[in-house]
Write a protein that binds this ligand. Sequence first.
Ligand SMILES: *[C@@H]1O[C@H](CO)[C@@H](O)[C@H](O)[C@H]1NC(C)=O
Length: 325
Amino acid sequence: MSNVRTTGGPSLFSLAIPILAGALAFLQPQPLFNAVGKVNVNPGKVTRWVNSSAVNNERCTVHYEGDACEDVKIHFASNTAFVACGNPEERTKWYPASGRYDAASREEASFKEYLLKYDIKRRETTKLKVHGLDGDFITHGIDIYSFPDDPTKIHIFAVNHARSGDSISIFSHTLGSDNVVLVKDVKHAGIYNANGVAATGPLNFYTTNDHYFTAKDGIFRRFEDSYGPWTWATNVQHCDASGPKVTCRRVSDTHPGANGILISDDELYVGDCRTGDARVYEIQPDHSLINTATIHLGAAADNINIIPTTRDVVVTGYRRLTGPS
Ligand SMILES: *[C@@H]1O[C@H](CO)[C@@H](O)[C@H](O)[C@H]1NC(C)=O
């Protein structure tokens, strides 16, 4: 599918869709579902660990300083974790990634969510002051970019589900400080249901779209929420925001549920929350991707991280079909 999507207002289709939806709900016609690319996920593929219990977690502790924290990236040189958090109650009203589109009933002040930094050695959590971002800040995936020639600063890339549409907000952060300063709020037609982000340069990145239709597509999105997932619905984009004009292009195959994303050397890992797979892509010099492997995880895959000393890949997976726990 094209990476630039139609976003016009309602049309004749908006009448046809509920009728079609009713018919589909009633008839459940498998051949039609197959024809439109409906993913038939064998539940066993995503519940392999449903009966397993916790292991190796003796040294884990729970921190309550942040809530609804969706993603974490560690800057190892400074022993600092950067965490994107939010407001779990208000997200039940507006959080398009979870099918919550009622922006009007979400409390106005809660449209400013937050980033934390956590000093791993001192065990200290600090809320970062955001400068330069006037609009909403509704967080999801994040990544950090380290400058090879300047060890004092990083860029933090944050998915932002603003009411005005999704963007990747790129902030500058001086290590040791308590501030982030907006460098660029990157918007493009290719960034429409952003989930994960992985930096490839100070102003370049990969991002996943986790649905096809957006909150603004109204009934179409509800149709997708009810009758998806579809094999062609999600993808990985590469965006370059270093010039005055932002460019994005789709660089992956389509996926049923592209979600968390991670760059490790010349490879890109993409977790799929529908199929329970992680896809491995080899990154080409022009940022296009070649799928070299698919790892069957046995659980819906969310965020991905890597332990730099062992090169072990850590994937967040949901044991049950119904989500976390
Ligand atoms: C989990 O346990 C139940 C009950 O013992 C069993 O029926 C099921 O097959 C188990 N599932 C897996 C994936 O091991």
